[in-house]
Write a protein that binds this ligand. Structure first.
Ligand code: FES
Length: 122
């Protein structure tokens, strides 16, 4: 089964790379490996686990001017109800229900959470 490398990046420069296959979500793999990520509902409704795609596939250099559409990189186990379509197009992704379709780099941490509004479901 194909695995994709998802590199999680914190604002302080720390990174962790997890190999995720289609049977698991990014959050599930990270937690199993002892990587601390924020989460709450694990159902795509509370927005606590949000990250932002920085780059995907061969494109290893993030371009601050150009957002990566999260739909190009991740499938969801269920509807990501906590995010608007615009937020998804701007690269925001709910890691609790997200399954990667490509190697990618994802910003995580409270700064990313602060960039998006509150979930209408929480
Ligand atoms: S943990 Fe609630 S949306 Fe992911």
């Amino acid at each position: 089964m194909t695995e994709y490398d998802v590199t999680l990046e914190w604002p302080d420069g720390r990174t962790e790379t997890v190999a995720v296959d289609p049977r698991e979500t990014v959050l599930e793999v990270a937690l199993r490996q002892g990587i601390r990520l924020p989460y709450d509902c694990r159902e795509g409704t509370c927005i606590t686990c949000v990250g932002r795609v920085l780059a995907a596939g061969e494109d290893d250099t993030p371009d601050a001017e150009e957002a990566v559409d999260a739909a190009d990189v991740f499938d969801y186990r269920r509807q990501p109800r906590a995010l608007t379509e615009r937020e998804r197009a701007d690269g925001y992704v709910l890691l609790c229900i997200a399954v990667p379709r490509d190697d990618c780099r994802v910003a995580v941490g409270p700064m990313v959470r602060a960039e998006v509004g509150d979930s209408p479901w929480s």
